[in-house]
Design a protein around this ligand. Sequence first.
Ligand SMILES: Nc1ncnc2c1ncn2[C@@H]1O[C@H](COP(=O)(O)OP(=O)(O)O)[C@@H](O)[C@H]1O
Ligand SMILES: [Mg+2]
Length: 275
Amino acid sequence: MQVVTISGFKGGTGKTTLACLLGVAAVKDGLRTACLDLDRNTRNLSGFLTQRRESRLESPDHVMLMDTEEEARTNAKPKHSGRLEPLVRMAKMDGYDLMIIDTSSGNLADVYEAHLLADLILTPMNESPADMHGLFAPIGSPAAPLINYRDMIDTVRFDRRRAGLPVQRWQVVMNRVSALPSKIGTIINERVAKMAQEAGFETIWNLRDRVAHRALALEGRSVFDTPVDGKLTMSEISGRAEVRAILSLVKRAPERVAAEPAAAQQKSSEEKIAA
Ligand SMILES: Nc1ncnc2c1ncn2[C@@H]1O[C@H](COP(=O)(O)OP(=O)(O)O)[C@@H](O)[C@H]1O
Ligand SMILES: [Mg+2]
């Protein structure tokens, strides 16, 4: 079973949209798929799956994590919540091919754990400087958030190496790409391509901005479902192809070892332990 964690600290980048699309694409492709919604605030993915069930559309299975009474009472947030691992193990034993974990935009214990357990990390971002800074802004720069997402990935990689596990693949998905080229889009793409080597992510995938994707939350219908009038538009056909390209990654044999990021090679382990 492959575990795909879709994440990033910035909200509104398209994490849930990608989780929905990949989940439906995988099921249509014959993969036994489970989806886990870690965004306890919006529960967008759960809503999407419920709508699909009500509309009798073929869907991935919906798995949920419940808060323990202790956590609900004390609002405790340990670094490793430890509850995802048994869930993933059970899904494996149960014969699932794929688990898709949609995360909330924050550095929370279960989000961290979802990264530790992932075979593949997908990070959507829009062609906007705000999205780019959320991922990679240099520490100390005016645009830097409290924690850069790439720093968290470095820590995940460090923890996995320490546990004797291979470094997993990390891919950035440029989302809501406009059909018209723009100056800002070109700048962002150049900077992100440069950052790929330094931060250690591999490929950059593109998802166009599509009305059909925006309509996901209406009744849970996606570009992979037969339209009510039976006619597929060019946009829907292209939308399918974009998502299937990302799905092909998931279906590849799990050669999980990714390139060591240049930045991680420079950091000594002592430095990381101290951090
Ligand atoms: N490729 C896309 N085309 C059109 N709209 C999109 C696309 N990706 C995301 N959106 C829209 O952007 C908004 C944020 O997307 P969402 O998936 O909820 O982000 P996140 O889960 O990262 O917060 C939603 O209104 C969604 O419909
Ligand atoms: Mg979301």
